[in-house]
Design a protein around this ligand. Structure first.
Ligand code: PMP
Length: 356
């Protein structure tokens, strides 16, 4: 830390992203990326001609992308906001709707970036513990009178709330913004986008990083009332108008237009998830029943940290947190069948060595 850093940021603990190794080749099951390449149209959209156009700024309104998203969800173009990954969309959301008195409430075990955004942007927050079984108690959010952000399905558990519950939360907090972060919704959750006509305080956030196989492109979006979206635009145009580059706009448009490819990828991942869940249970793991593209699992008799390190040693990266509540758990992204077979074989070997 230099002596120049503004005092107000001195105590911030930045978010620690999952490892992105650039040297040794790992089987990467640590940041919930897709094991499949982007839709074929993405490669066609990014050609020499478009690369040559990189000398020009991108469209600050990202028009073709916004139009494709609006068509897909049956909403107006003024109900779509696009950002540089859903991380940026979420940051603008905290910035626009949060403050010292405008609190945000979210589960204590959820996406680790929420408290970081809140601290960075001077937003007061309440992190509410989950139930002991890792489920969210809807009563903590119904009529709580604060802004809310819920990852649905939640991470790292993979548990999802139903639309009735989301509707009740939105209905009972009419003067607060209810943000539903649907990064993992395409793997078995139900999108709250269908509730947007009913609740003008609902903001649905999604990403191209998981089901649309474009984590490296950094595209996320929010759907909401035209008024909420205008508020997000106000943040963006006061911060970084060209937040999506030219290639991201093209890639995102092609990916959003290929629904069949999305369905193929998510179906494959859900089938692999089923198989991996069952196999891990046979091996003595406790595995939460996930609706996301990862599973959260622990194995009696081997601490999570040790299993994490042993897998890493064998070239397999998964995610582990030191937080005592979940220190025995690993979050394992669902890769291709071949990757998961390698993971299962390595886990089997490690367990065998442990019990020798
Ligand atoms: N929300 C949740 C719940 C996530 O797990 C992630 C991915 N780490 C994000 C948002 C952000 O994803 P991205 O910025 O790649 O869209």
């Amino acid at each position: 830390m230099s002596r120049f850093l503004s005092q107000r940021f001195a105590s911030i603990e930045p978010y620690v992203p999952g490892e992105q190794p650039q040297g040794r080749k790992y089987i990467k099951l640590n940041t919930n990326e897709s094991p499949y390449p982007p839709a074929p149209g993405v490669l066609e959209a990014i050609n020499r001609e478009e690369v040559a156009k990189l000398r020009l700024y991108s469209d600050p309104d990202a028009r073709p992308l916004v139009a494709a998203i609006a068509r897909r969800f049956g909403v107006g173009e003024d109900q779509v906001f696009v950002g540089n990954g859903s991380d940026e969309v979420l940051a603008f959301t905290f910035l626009a709707f949060g403050g010292v008195e405008k609190r945000f409430r979210f589960p204590a075990l959820s996406y680790g970036f929420y408290p970081v955004f809140a601290r960075l942007l001077g937003v007061t927050y309440e992190a509410v513990p989950l139930r002991p079984d890792f489920t969210i108690d809807p009563a903590d959010y119904i009529g709580c009178g604060t802004n809310i952000v819920l990852a649905n399905p939640n991470a790292p558990t993979g548990y999802a709330l139903g639309l009735e519950t989301i509707g009740e939360i939105a209905r009972s907090n009419p003067d607060s913004v209810v943000v539903i972060d649907e990064a993992y919704v395409d793997f078995g959750g139900e999108s709250a986008a269908v509730l947007l006509d009913t609740y003008d305080n609902l903001l649905v956030v999604q990403t191209f990083s998981k089901s649309r196989c474009l984590a490296g492109m950094r595209i996320g979006f929010a759907l909401g009332s035209a008024e909420l979206i205008a508020d997000l635009q106000r943040m963006k145009f006061s911060f970084n108008p060209y937040n999506l580059d030219r290639l991201a706009i093209l890639a995102g448009t092609a990916a959003m237009e290929d629904e069949a490819y999305l369905n193929t990828c998510t179906a494959k991942i859900c089938a692999t998830r089923r198989r991996v869940t069952d196999r891990l249970r046979e091996m003595g793991f406790t595995v939460l029943e996930s609706k996301a593209n990862f599973v959260f699992a622990r194995r009696d008799g081997i601490p999570g940290g040790r299993l994490f390190a042993a897998l890493r040693e064998k070239g397999i990266l998964v995610r582990h947190w030191e937080d005592p509540l979940i220190a025995d758990y690993l979050r394992i992204s669902i890769g291709s069948d071949e990757e998961m077979d390698a993971f299962l074989a390595a886990a089997g070997q490690i367990l065998e060595e442990e019990t020798k």
